[in-house]
Design a binder for this molecule. Structure first.
Ligand SMILES: [Zn+2]
Length: 325
């Protein structure tokens, strides 16, 4: 495994992922929240927009509007390593590690899925890795013959979450029934989160019945998201979380622009309005829930002053432009 003395600012760009040239500007800062919340799902390693923010710029902006921490989520070996490395030195970041359901079939075809799962197993032992994810099923992108390896990978991730006593973050796209089926058959981890919750009232009732969590992203603010909004109303308040899925799914009124954890206030304020409740009360409830699932960001503060991979001293972080300017 190649060891780098620097944590790179980004690992990939959204533009090349979507074969389009995204030259969008970041949206303006929203009004700050009074009660702190945490973004429980973001991919800060993806560069987006005409002037991409690096992870510390995202975190600085988030902190200035009351978003005090982020779970940085891996989707393959490289991004899971990056997530765990950043969490090891950055107090505002905890990490989730996994092979994404859209990556698992490809690795299976190359014959490297088991090696990749072994890396995830190793990373799960790091002190600031608090979740296995994102894993799950995606029948939107994955067709018939590739679904069995995707399912096998999901089952392995469930096993890892339980073995390491970590939370599980689930990616469920057009696969509600099968995701629930696998969870019930295998036995779900104690803390199971449906990331970017996309179900309807019926799925919300299933989550409530099993004590599973629904994490609401910017999609809940979209005009065509009636099922997600009805689910928000149905969910037990103790099982609601909030996320951005940065750089994707930017909430209204900035849909289509690059996303960042500092956009959480838009989603939170929409949720409070929809539920006809006070923003501060909802923020406090969601933060309690977040700590129940992942622990607190300062439970195991970063003590590492050496590169976790090479053992070299850690003075090589690339500077944050946001601080410098
Ligand atoms: Zn994600």
């Amino acid at each position: 495994m190649a060891a780098s003395e620097k944590i790179p600012a980004h690992l990939r760009t959204r533009g090349s992922m979507e074969a389009s040239d995204r030259r969008e500007a970041y949206p303006p800062m929203p009004e700050a929240l009074e009660v702190a919340v945490y973004d429980n799902h973001a991919h800060l390693e993806i560069a987006d927009g005409e002037n991409p923010l690096d992870f510390r710029e995202h975190l600085d902006r988030a902190g200035s509007v009351g978003v005090h921490g982020v779970i940085q989520v891996g989707t393959n070996v490289a991004t899971s390593l990056w997530s765990a490395d950043v969490a090891a030195v950055e107090p505002r970041v905890l990490a989730a590690v996994a092979i994404h359901p859209n990556e698992a079939p490809e690795l299976h075809q190359k014959g490297t899925l088991d090696d990749a799962l072994q890396v995830i197993d190793d990373l799960a032992k790091r002190p600031r890795v608090v979740a296995i994810g994102e894993t799950g099923l995606d029948f939107f992108r994955t067709e018939g013959p590739l679904q069995p390896p995707q399912r096998r990978s999901f089952i392995e991730h469930i096993r890892l979450a339980k073995a390491h006593n970590l939370a599980l973050q689930i990616h469920d796209r057009d696969a509600h029934h099968d995701v629930v089926d696998v969870l019930l058959k295998e036995g779900a981890p104690e803390r199971t989160v449906f990331h970017c919750y996309s179900g309807d009232r019926e799925l919300a009732e299933i989550l409530n019945a099993n004590g599973w969590y629904a994490s609401f992203a910017g999609t809940v603010t979209f005009g065509n998201a009636k099922g997600v909004q009805e689910s928000l109303a149905v969910m037990n308040k103790s099982r609601i979380l909030i996320e951005t899925d940065t750089p994707f799914l930017t909430p209204t009124p900035h849909r289509g622009k690059p996303n960042s954890p500092y956009m959480i206030p838009h989603t939170l304020r929409f949720m409070a309005k929809y539920l006809d409740t006070d923003v501060n009360l909802l923020a406090a409830q969601i933060t309690d829930n977040t700590f129940d699932v992942y622990g607190r960001w300062d439970d195991n503060p970063p003590t590492i002053r050496t590169n976790p991979v090479t053992g070299e001293p850690w003075d090589e972080l690339e500077p944050s432009r946001f601080h410098a300017s």
